[in-house]
Write a protein that binds this ligand. Structure first.
Ligand SMILES: [Zn+2]
Length: 189
């Protein structure tokens, strides 16, 4: 059995499963050979779970042959770009301000001041930082049709989430003067 093949639940993309293995046990027996108790468990593995066995997702309970679980295509993660609402009350104070500048004036990054501008998919193979840098370049030099915001700049927010993985928390990043700052409380209010 290959240990590099990955299994993912096609329903919930879970990574943990219940499978049946066949193992040897040492028993204590009586004089007739009748079972009394287990002395040692799993002394030998007779059959490791393989892709012909039934696999059951520990997260959602979905059952199928292991083969099915190896064919799951996990969707790309989603990104959303949020920008300050130009009609919001504090827009003039907040627009294009970096975090230091906001802090100095006693202002905070508040979700209520933002509106959703654009969503799309990003490769799940990129680290968050790589994905942010790619988005920054794309939304400054190669802006997609239908994008109604301004080019990605200081005070904008990028949110990452896999919408299909309800257990994956979203992560939000503030575009600061020099790089990105994660906003741990975004989406919790
Ligand atoms: Zn599942």
């Amino acid at each position: 059995m290959s240990h590099t093949k990955t299994h993912r639940c096609p329903k919930c993309f879970g990574r943990a499963f219940s499978v049946t293995a066949h193992v040897a046990q040492n028993w204590a027996v009586d004089e007739y050979g009748n079972y009394i108790e287990v002395i040692a468990d799993a002394t030998d593995i007779i059959h490791r779970p393989n892709d012909e066995d039934l696999w059951s997702c520990l997260n959602c309970g979905h059952e199928a042959s292991g083969e099915i679980f190896t064919k799951t295509v996990v969707p790309d993660y989603h990104f959303s770009i949020c920008q300050l609402n130009p009609n919001g009350t504090n827009y003039r104070d907040l627009a294009f301000s970096n975090l230091k500048n906001l802090e100095r004036r006693g202002l905070e990054v508040c979700k209520d001041n933002y509106i959703h501008i654009f969503s799309g998919e990003r490769s799940r193979n990129d680290s968050a930082l790589d994905a942010l840098e790619k988005l920054y370049t794309r939304f400054n030099t190669d802006i997609p049709d239908g994008f109604k915001g301004h080019s990605l700049s200081v005070s904008d927010i990028v949110v990452f989430q896999s919408e299909l993985l309800d257990k994956t928390p979203l992560t939000a990043y503030f575009c600061d003067s020099f790089g990105w700052v994660e906003l741990p409380n975004w989406g919790k209010s």
